[in-house]
Design a protein around this ligand. Structure first.
Ligand code: MG
Length: 381
């Protein structure tokens, strides 16, 4: 089946009110999803996590001609061609664009063969993945943590057994928040925090000290991701596992991160690090370092369902939680792009089932996307 068209959808929605993390507040979310269309009406979905206008431009100018008229199943060959053509831009926009295309080609190829992506990749190791809620988020004005206990209770009611609140206001406030949530969650549920790159190394180390008795599973992105010496100082100073990697895109970037020994949990994002092809290279690299890999997800249900397929194939590790890794990240905020085809909440056991239907197992239509589309383009053969 050859690819006959590529559709780009720029999506956006308004939040009921502003929410935030250690770096700022936002009340609007944007997303970019890609659909490749093949002969016989088969489609495949992909996503890129940032800068939708730039990603669209890159796909339309550089990648479309490599993909149109070519078979969907030649995913490795396309990846090689797309990345060999990088030129000056070897990460960032270029890798985001390749990610969306690689994801969509895999989805289309798997649907053509009538198998799931996990099957296409060699077979699933598990059919359920423990989910963790990405949230609660900061509230503006005053104590950003004031609603966290209320919000966490709501997440427990939605069957989440692992919760990852935003963190990084002040070390002392972080400590109080983490201890309060631990009391609320008990020891049967997992708690981790995400600093979203907001702290200096000194503040991150101090925050980890204040949160020590909360028994965190991990502390995520304490400092900027290109500050490898900072990550290393944090990892050496903290007895809690350090997580990161969601914003890294190139294999060399992951290599440097892993070689420095500064993370205990690696979180590549399919929609940033080169789709399944890029992700699998990163996972292989991480395996050599004995570092568990689990997908970062914060966008639309396309990335969530794609990441579930990826997670089903990843090596298991016991990382200190009740359940073995990998976990799957669930955007637990108000996000209609996550619930386009229904609820994404975990079942009673805190897990999400991995679909065994063709592709990513998502039957998404243009009609479902329509209320959120701010721009739609198409490139045809
Ligand atoms: Mg994060």
């Amino acid at each position: 089946m050859n690819i006959t068209a590529i559709h780009g959808y720029h999506l956006a929605f308004q939040l009921p009110g502003p929410i935030g993390n250690s770096t700022g507040f936002f009340d609007r979310r944007e997303a970019f999803v890609l659909r490749v269309e093949g002969e016989g009406g088969i489609s495949g979905w992909g996503e890129a996590s940032a800068v939708q206008q730039a990603v669209s431009g890159y796909i339309r100018q550089k990648l479309a001609k490599l993909v149109l008229g070519k078979p969907a199943h030649e995913t490795g060959r396309r990846y090689a061609e797309m990345t060999e053509g990088f030129g000056y831009d070897r990460q960032g926009t270029a890798m985001l664009a390749v990610s969306a295309v690689d994801m969509a080609l895999h989805d289309a190829a798997a649907r053509e063969q009538g198998v799931s992506i996990a099957t296409l990749l060699g077979g699933r190791l598990r059919d359920r993945v423990p989910a963790y809620a990405s949230g609660p988020f900061f509230q503006p004005h005053g104590d950003p943590y004031r609603d966290f206990e209320h919000d966490a209770e709501a997440l427990l009611k939605r069957n989440f057994k692992a919760i990852k609140p935003r963190c990084g206001f002040t070390p002392e406030a972080d400590g109080r928040m983490a201890l309060a949530l631990r009391r609320l969650l008990g020891w049967g549920n997992a708690l981790m925090v995400d600093i979203n790159q907001g702290y200096t190394v000194a503040a991150a180390v101090e925050s980890a000290r204040h949160m020590q008795d909360a028994g965190l599973l991990w502390i995520e992105e304490p400092v900027r991701p290109d500050d490898i010496p900072g990550y290393l100082r944090m990892a050496e100073a903290s007895s809690t596992a350090i997580a990161g990697g969601e914003s890294l895109s190139t294999l060399a970037g992951f290599r440097d991160f892993l070689a420095a020994g500064c993370v205990s949990v690696l979180q590549p994002d399919l929609s940033i690090c080169g789709g399944y092809t890029g992700f699998r290279k990163v996972a292989a690299l991480a395996e050599a370092y004995g570092v568990p890999v689990m997908p970062h997800v914060f966008g639309t249900v396309v990335n969530l369902m794609s990441s579930l397929q990826m997670a089903a194939t990843l090596k298991a590790y016991r990382g200190g939680a009740m359940a073995a890794y990998p976990f799957i990240e669930c955007d637990a905020t108000h996000n209609p792009l996550m619930t386009l085809t229904g609820s994404i909440d975990p079942e009673k056991d805190g897990c999400i089932a991995v679909p065994d239907s063709p592709g990513i197992g998502l039957e998404l239509t243009e009609e479902q996307l329509a209320p959120y589309v701010t721009e739609h383009w198409v490139e045809r053969i």
